[in-house]
Design a protein around this ligand. Structure first.
Ligand SMILES: Cc1cc2nc3c(=O)[nH]c(=O)nc-3n(C[C@H](O)[C@H](O)[C@H](O)COP(=O)(O)OP(=O)(O)OC[C@H]3O[C@@H](n4cnc5c(N)ncnc54)[C@H](O)[C@@H]3O)c2cc1C
Length: 444
């Protein structure tokens, strides 16, 4: 049924009735769209762009939050292809730095501690495994691109009520007014209200860890290598960041520590904290200076019973949550979005049965990918937290084995950057991750 014929929509104003090219519009009393994206974090904004590129009229609702302390995201090859396909990459590249290598250092003190392992992107014919970008810059750029996109309406508000029915969906803005949609993408993060209204249950658990995050300037170059120290409290990871005037060498840090250590470290002065980070990294990057405030994020995980409801689907942290090990969170979220877009391709959003068939495909395709990441990260994280000789041995054996056997080593690297299984259209490759001249301008 066309929007005009839909009884509930006949009296609705069209989203773009003002004809303006600006994405920010005053909320109208009633707004109609094809796809409503709830939540304007990195996943929600990315979904808005992906559905707009499919030719849908999109409304995305959420506050634009660009003050997360010390947070960056490492985006792997599949995610870079996603942003390139949507023509968003040129503006994101301005803020990012390539990762050409990953170094793992066993710093557990275990009697089975392995020698450091290093993986290079050129071993799997890529210029870089991916790119590291500041979270705030990513969200700010995606929001700005949404404002400039005539197919997207960005409403900087919150949704306080969802209604999901076979015949249509709608959401109420906290400031008043309703949005009628044919389909809802729930990207409002871990406490998703749309998920709850759809009756999707969640299992949650926590880890005795806090992730401390920081941006750092340092004396020695990182050579585009990300270094992961495996410590008893969890990983301590440096990821290359783009340099800036006065600070040519910069990295981000994610440091998983016990809640008690987090409190102690948070109470230190910037100079004391930088000295602790230098110690913990055995002086790898020389003298360290804090390049912004310290962030602190309690570690937990979340698994949902399903990722779909009536006329709605979950993406991002609404659908899965786990500790930041192996930089999987947003990369997995972009695969959610690219898969969902494929599953709804050619689907008439006025036809509930068509949507339901598309969502069955989405449910099947996401179950394996999400389940694998949740289990893998849980096992790896717990293997560091548990002080048990057999566990130490198994971890060391697995790492030695995978890094020594060439085909397995390459398969492991490929799985990290472009997981096997059907590749969604938005993540199918043109070629390599970076044009060489582009990469050299951003090295540090
Ligand atoms: C320390 C750390 C390091 C990480 N590093 C990486 C990495 O290197 N690589 C990687 O891929 N991933 C990484 N991640 C994960 C990544 O940051 C997250 O997956 C990603 O930011 C989550 O995005 P999201 O949009 O799903 O959720 P959020 O960022 O939580 O966004 C949800 C948004 O919805 C809004 N919202 C909530 N309720 C409503 C409502 N009712 N109406 C409207 N809006 C609402 C919220 O205000 C928020 O803005 C890391 C995570 C952590 C904690």
């Amino acid at each position: 049924m066309s929007p005009a014929k839909h009884p509930a929509k006949a009296k609705l104003k069209e989203t773009h009735s003002d004809g303006s090219r600006s994405g920010v519009r005053q909320p109208l009393e009633h707004i109609a769209c094809d796809v409503l994206v709830a939540g304007a974090g990195s996943a929600g904004l990315s979904a808005a762009h992906a559905f707009a590129a499919q030719g849908r009229k999109v409304v995305v609702v959420g506050k634009i939050e660009t003050h997360l302390a010390g947070r960056t995201v490492a985006l792997f090859e599949g995610s870079l292809r996603f942003y390139r396909a949507l023509n968003l990459w040129p503006r994101l590249a301005e803020h990012s730095a390539p990762m050409e290598g990953i170094r793992m250092i066993d710093d557990t003190g275990s009697i089975f501690a392995t020698s450091p392992k290093e993986f290079r992107s050129r071993e799997i014919d890529l210029d870089a495994f991916g790119e590291n970008i500041e979270n705030n810059a990513l969200v700010a750029e995606l929001a700005q691109a949404a404002r400039e996109n005539p197919s997207i309406t960005l409403i900087e508000d919150l949704i306080d009520l969802f209604e999901l029915n076979f015949s249509g969906a709608r959401a109420r803005l906290a400031s008043g007014g309703w949005i009628d949609a044919r389909f809802i993408v729930a990207g409002e993060g871990r406490n998703s209200q749309a998920r709850q209204i759809a009756g999707i249950t969640v299992a949650t658990w926590s880890y005795p860890q806090v992730a401390l995050t920081a941006l750092l300037a340092h004396e020695k170059p990182h050579h585009q290598i990300s270094t992961e120290f495996h410590k008893r409290s969890g990983p301590f990871t440096f990821v290359p960041l783009r340099g800036r005037e006065g600070a040519p060498y910069r990295s981000s840090l994610v440091w998983l520590v016990s809640p008690r250590d987090a409190l102690r470290l948070q109470a230190l002065s910037p100079e004391e904290l930088a000295a602790e980070i230098e110690d913990a990294s055995h002086g790898l990057l020389g003298k360290i200076t804090m390049d912004g405030p310290l962030g602190s994020f309690p570690m937990g995980a979340l698994k949902t019973s399903r990722v779909t409801g009536t006329r709605m689907a979950l993406i991002g942290e609404s659908a899965h949550l786990f500790p930041p090990i192996g930089a999987q969170g947003l990369n997995l979220s972009l695969r959610d979005i690219a898969n969902l877009v494929d599953c709804l391709e050619g689907v008439d959003l006025d036809e509930a049965e068509d949507i339901a068939r598309g969502l069955e495909r989405y449910e099947r395709q996401r179950a394996r990918d999400i389940g694998l990441r949740l289990r893998g990260i849980d096992v790896l994280n717990r293997s560091l937290l548990v002080h048990a000789i057999p566990v130490d041995f198994a971890r060391a054996f697995a790492l030695n084995f995978f890094s020594a056997v060439g085909p397995l080593r390459r398969a492991l690297m490929r799985e990290g950057v472009t997981p096997h299984g059907p590749t969604p259209k938005l993540m199918r490759a043109e070629s390599k991750s970076l044009a060489p001249e582009h990469a050299s301008a951003r090295r540090g």
